[in-house]
Ligand binder design. Structure first.
Ligand SMILES: Nc1ncnc2c1ncn2[C@@H]1O[C@H](COP(=O)(O)OP(=O)(O)OP(=O)(O)O)[C@@H](O)[C@H]1O
Ligand SMILES: [Mg+2]
Length: 435
């Protein structure tokens, strides 16, 4: 086939077969996600155009059906820097029509968001055993009156179950499970007035009420004996490793007219078991804080779990996280989960077990996936779990620092995230290693 020249164009005549010519197809670049969002970097699939993103805008435009985001990548690939820039620009600059400015809450296991907090004006809370700041994960929260007493008790039961499962490293026995539920059923659910705490649950397990004994259908001594392990497990939070962090009235006041808060958990970062408990209790408290149904002045909120994989250690905790995830649509909260690799989601379980299924459910409820560099041994699993094309999968081991493959509701982008000069102050985590 001969390709003729348009009049006036000085291009040499070119001959090729139709088999080859069909590859010359104009306008092949991806259109990106539009300009309504914050600028994040350069999109190599969209002709090196600007890449902008806003989960709430895409949700409004019905491109995605949930605003959750999962970010994975090898250590040092740029996950936290990207998250900080996303928050700095979204919370710092964006407003939603009728909803006012954005708000964010960050669970920060490494204590690396403090400079972002300073730059953005976020409140900072440093939790450490014996410290002055304290969160009560049983707080009824601002939405309790609207959600009703059953929802408050169910949330508390799921959270205490997750804490106990993590301490005991096993599922609760039927009697323990029921005993905890009965004890929590005795606690007041009003958000006004003194809030019950974990010590009240421990007290009720040590000295059950007549109603609890009757429901158990055994003697009081048998009930006390049957829930003894659960009571001792609560002691880990009350008297031992995490004393003072979660065992009394919350000392943190939330300022909804501000921009958000950072919960610095770095004091327990070196102790994996303690970190997991801290993350469960912190997430519970955050969820309570976020869990109020939308109203005209509810700000659009982000909940960030950096190193969130520590929550996926067992079924109880994973199930608890799944519940938190599912509620995002109801409450207008975008969850951002940061981990190293997808196999973290399955590390405690073989395929097909309950934990792996929950992890898959979590992934299904997360339509924005941002994948930074992955080692070669992770590529196959990542490709399968995220349904990547062969070409997309082949990019993963070679992605440079700060560059990621984005998959958003089936669409793809390869983005080099751009850190602005004024943002390096909170993005640079290399100072401990650099010469
Ligand atoms: N977009 C970028 N462009 C250039 N360099 C970057 C970019 N993002 C991050 N870096 C560099 O990479 C370093 C590590 O980034 P970051 O702390 O975000 O990694 P990470 O993936 O969160 O690591 P970890 O898993 O250890 O938490 C930063 O200190 C910065 O120097
Ligand atoms: Mg990081």
């Amino acid at each position: 086939m001969r390709v003729g020249l348009a009049p006036g164009l000085r291009v040499p005549r070119h001959r090729a077969t139709t088999a080859h010519l069909c590859a010359i197809y104009p306008f092949q670049a991806e259109p990106g996600f539009g300009a309504r969002g914050v600028y994040l970097g350069t999109d190599y699939v969209a002709g090196e155009g600007a890449f902008c993103y806003d989960c709430f805008q895409l949700y409004t435009d019905k491109v995605i059906t949930n605003p959750n985001m999962i970010i994975i990548g090898e250590p040092g690939s740029g996950k936290s820097s990207f998250t900080k820039c996303l928050l700095y620009r979204s919370v710092g600059a964006m407003r939603s029509p009728n909803k006012g400015p954005r708000w964010c809450a960050i669970a920060d296991p490494k204590g690396e968001y403090n400079l972002l907090a300073e730059a953005l004006g976020l409140a900072r809370v440093r939790l450490y055993p014996g410290g002055t700041d304290r969160l009560n994960p049983l707080d009824a929260g601002p939405g309790a009156a609207l959600l009703g007493p059953n929802a408050v008790s169910d949330r508390r039961t799921a959270m205490v179950g997750a804490l106990l499962g993590a301490v005991l490293r096993r599922d609760l026995s039927p009697l323990e499970d029921a005993g905890v539920g009965w004890a929590i059923g005795h606690l007041p659910t009003s958000p006004i007035g003194p809030q019950p705490g974990l010590a009240d649950v421990a007290r009720l397990l040590a000295d059950p009420t007549a109603e609890m004994v009757e429901r158990a259908g055994c003697t009081k001594d048998d009930l006390i004996h049957g829930v003894r392990d659960a009571r001792f497990a609560l002691g880990k939070l009350l008297d031992r490793d995490l004393r003072g962090m979660f065992d009394g009235p919350s000392t943190v006041r939330t300022d909804w007219s501000g921009r958000g808060l950072v919960l610095d958990l770095s004091a327990v970062h070196g102790n994996r078991a303690a970190l997991r408990l801290t993350m469960i209790a912190t997430t519970a408290w955050l969820q309570t804080l976020m869990a109020f149904p939308e109203s005209a002045d509810t700000p659009r909120r982000y909940q960030v779990l950096d190193e969130g994989y520590v929550l996926l250690g067992d079924e109880q905790t994973a199930r608890y996280l799944e519940t938190c995830w599912k509620l995002c649509r109801l409450y207008g909260v975008a969850n951002i989960f940061i981990g190293h690799r997808l196999s973290d989601l399955r590390s405690q379980a073989d395929d097909g077990t309950a934990t792996a299924k929950i992890a898959e459910g979590l992934l299904a409820d997360t339509q924005t996936r941002v994948i930074f560099r992955q080692s070669s041994d992770q590529v196959e699993l990542t490709q399968k779990a995220l349904q990547l094309t062969d070409l997309e999968a082949s990019l993963l081991p070679d992605l440079e620092q700060g560059r990621a493959l984005w998959k958003v509701a089936g669409r793809a982008a390869v983005v080099q995230h751009v850190v602005a000069p004024g943002e390096w102050i909170f993005c640079n985590t290399d100072s401990a290693l650099a010469v």
